[in-house]
Every structure is written in structure tokens, then in C-alpha cells.
Design a protein. Structure first.
Length: 397
């Protein structure tokens, strides 16, 4: 109604001045949104322009990746057996726990690739091998496919639909726990957030089970429940078999290490990027760089922008995709070393003030996101603008 009145009476009576001003703001907001939408492109738009320059074999499954998974599985079994049947030795067990944790994480990376169909195509074999790969992290393949493939990939960095998107100020107001957390100084929050990475994947997986279990058909729910309970039953059974001290080094510490490694990638994949109205992988995703030997051990999981562009492609070909993206859209492509990305996470708040800004509500500092003022080399709050220059979306703080 306000828009109708404004269109008919713009600049007329003072009686309608307030309504006219409100309408003008709405028009400007829509124009800005329109420009924003023109700048963003879907992953299909990029894929159509990059695919002709990639070899056809890049789009075929690579079952040889299973040999890497088998190697990790052998390491995991050998490590657990060594701890189970040897006398306690702190340094030996600590070393084995680190190897186990690294192997748990790497198996998870392979499981992610398997369940995207880039290793084997037969559905039953994909679910079996993916389930084995995710067994240490106790995440079922059916849940992962629903949560990650069908929801996160379709709605990446959509503030309402992406189950992995970080909260906005509006969503923050609904959680008492989050409110108390954000009263802490940003340095303390940063340290706690880094520490929480060691448990985040496991907790988030349970949260996703609660969120999605009702969306499975009645016929599939028993299998989803089984995939949730079976790994946990096995790990609890191991506790009773070898005792709490050995179990600490055979499973719990490795699980914490695996959580941290996995979340070090996942947290940096999107949390420095803006929320977006269009699923644009160059805008909503970050590729991190690690040494080549780490990329080999982690199945090229660092190439995340490339993965969101071609989720059905084996990650061994992502370096080719990266080269094409940087050649065509160097100003839009985001990458940085993993440790620099983690440092940026530590030094910036994790609450979205609007799509393009992060905000620290305790001290009212605003930070940009990648492509919108965030400089990982100089992590400083954005300069305050006068109220007249601030957009409608900026007026949440």
C-alpha cells in the first residue's frame, strides 16, 4: 500500500512525506539487490563455460581412489590393535593417536568424495564404501547425502536453507546460549571457537540427524537410524573391551584430532564468505592452499570452490578447474593458505550483520567478508559510515 501511495504522490503533500521516504528506500534497496543479482552467477553458469576446456576423463569415476582408503583402513586397524594388545606407553600411544586421528579425517574426506559418486557409481557399492569411510566419524551415508549433497550444495550460503551457514543477527536473537557466548571478548571467543573445532563435526552431525530424520520416508528411516547407532555401538563396545585408558588413545583423542582437521577445512570453506541470494561458488566458497603432500593425503579436499562447481568430478582433477577459474575470473576467485584462513576466522566474529558483513555485537565492530572489504593481510573493522550513507541492509547494528 505504501508503495502504491508513493508512486502516485511522490513529492506531493507533506502528509505522505514519511511514506514517500520509506518507498524511496525500498526502491533503492531493490535496485541494489538487482545489481547484486546481476553480479552473481550460478554454478551451472560457470560450469558451462569451463567444462569445454576440461578432459572428458575428468568426469569419469576414479575407483583407484579406493586403494588410498584401504591403506588408511589398514593403518586404523593396525593402530587400534597395537594399542589394544600392548602395555601402556604414553609417547607411543600419543603418536599412534595422532596417526589414527589423521587417518579418521582422511577417510572422511574420501567418504565425501565417494558419496558424490566420483569413485564408484553403483548405488549399493557407493553407500557401502562411503559408510566404511565415514565409520570413524560415525556419520551415516544416507544422512550425509541428504544433508550435504542435496541441501548444502543446492543452497550454499543461503541464510535460511543452508544447514551449514553461520547465523545472522536475526537468527542470533533466537538463541539464549549464543547470546551469552557473544558477550565474551572476541579474543576469548576466537580461542573457544578454535577449540570447539575438535568437537564441532560430531555435534553438528547429530544436529543434522535431528533436523533431517523426519524428511526420510518411513521405509528408509530404520536404515538411517542403524547408520547412526551402529558405529557408536562399535566404539562403545571397544571401550568395554580395552578399558577407558586405552580407549582414550584408540578412539577419543583420534576423534578429536579428526574433528579438528576436518573442521579446519570446513570452517574456512565458507565462513569468511558472504551470504548470497544466488548459489555462486566464486562468491560463497574459498579454496585454501596446503602443501602438495597434504593435498595428496587429504584427497585434494582443499579445492573447495572447484568442488562446488563440479561436485560430481573426482578431486584429482580440481587443479585443472582451478587453473581455468583463475584464468577467466581472477578478480572473483578466492584462495589463501589454510593457516591464514584459520587466523582470519580467529580474528573476526562469526555473526552476519547482513549478507556481506560480520559483526561483533559486544563492541559494535563490523568486518567485511571476502569480496566485500575483508583483507586477510589486514584484519581490521570496517570504518563507520555516516547514517546517510548506510544502506537499508546495514542498519541492523
Amino acid at each position: 500500500m505504501a508503495v502504491l501511495i508513493c508512486s502516485r504522490n511522490s513529492g506531493a503533500d507533506n502528509k505522505y512525506e514519511g511514506i514517500t521516504a520509506a518507498c524511496d528506500k525500498k526502491k533503492k534497496f531493490r535496485m541494489k539487490r538487482g545489481n547484486e543479482l546481476k553480479e552473481l552467477h550460478s554454478f551451472a553458469w560457470y560450469a558451462a563455460r569451463v567444462r569445454p576446456y576440461l578432459p572428458e576423463k575428468a568426469f569419469q569415476p576414479v575407483p583407484a581412489r579406493l586403494w588410498g582408503g584401504l591403506a588408511y583402513l589398514v593403518v586404523v586397524i593396525a593402530g587400534i590393535l597395537t594399542i589394544s594388545f600392548t602395555d601402556f606407553h604414553f609417547w607411543l600411544y600419543t603418536f599412534i593417536a595422532f596417526i589414527l586421528g589423521s587417518s579418521f579425517a582422511a577417510m572422511g574426506f574420501l567418504g565425501h568424495e565417494i558419496l558424490h559418486g566420483t569413485v564408484v557409481r553403483k548405488a549399493w557399492l557407493r553407500e557401502l564404501t562411503g559408510g566404511i569411510a565415514f565409520f570413524p566419524l560415525s556419520t551415516g551415508p544416507k544422512l550425509w547425502t541428504k544433508w550435504h549433497n542435496l541441501t548444502h550444495h543446492r543452497h550454499t550460503q543461503d541464510e535460511e536453507k543452508d544447514p551449514d551457514a553461520w547465523p545472522t543477527v536475526d537468527q542470533f536473537s533466537r538463541s539464549i546460549l549464543v547470546k551469552y557466548f557473544y558477550r565474551l571478548p572476541i579474543s576469548v571467543r576466537g580461542m573457544l571457537e578454535m577449540a570447539f573445532l575438535a568437537i564441532t563435526f560430531s555435534l553438528h552431525s547429530l544436529r543434522m540427524f535431528k533436523r533431517f530424520i523426519k524428511e526420510f520416508s518411513k521405509e528408509k528411516r530404520p536404515a538411517v537410524w542403524l547408520q547412526l547407532l551402529l558405529p557408536r555401538a562399535c566404539w562403545i563396545g571397544l571401550l568395554f573391551l580395552i578399558g577407558p585408558l586405552k580407549w582414550l588413545f584408540a578412539f577419543l583423542i583420534p576423534l578429536l584430532i579428526a574433528n579438528f582437521i576436518v573442521m579446519a577445512y570446513i570452517a574456512t570453506n565458507h565462513r569468511l564468505n558472504p551470504l548470497v541470494p544466488v548459489n555462486d561458488p566464486l562468491a560463497n566458497s574459498l579454496t585454501v592452499t596446503v602443501p602438495k603432500w597434504v593435498d595428496v593425503l587429504h584427497f585434494h579436499f582443499s579445492y573447495h570452490t572447484e568442488h562446488h562447481l563440479f561436485p560430481g568430478m573426482s578431486s584429482k582433477y580440481y587443479p585443472l578447474v582451478k587453473a581455468e577459474l583463475k584464468k577467466r575470473w581472477p578478480e572473483r576467485y578466492h584462495e589463501m593458505p589454510l593457516f591464514k584462513a584459520l587466523a582470519a576466522l580467529y580474528k573476526t566474529p562469526r555473526l552476519y550483520n547482513n549478507r556481506e558483513e560480520l559483526v561483533d555485537l559486544e563492541v559494535r565492530h563490523r568486518y567485511g567478508t571476502l569480496g566485500h572489504g575483508l583483507d586477510p593481510n589486514q584484519l581490521k573493522p570496517l570504518k563507520e559510515r555516516s547514517p546517510a550513507k548506510r544502506s537499508t541492509r546495514d542498519r541492523k547494528v
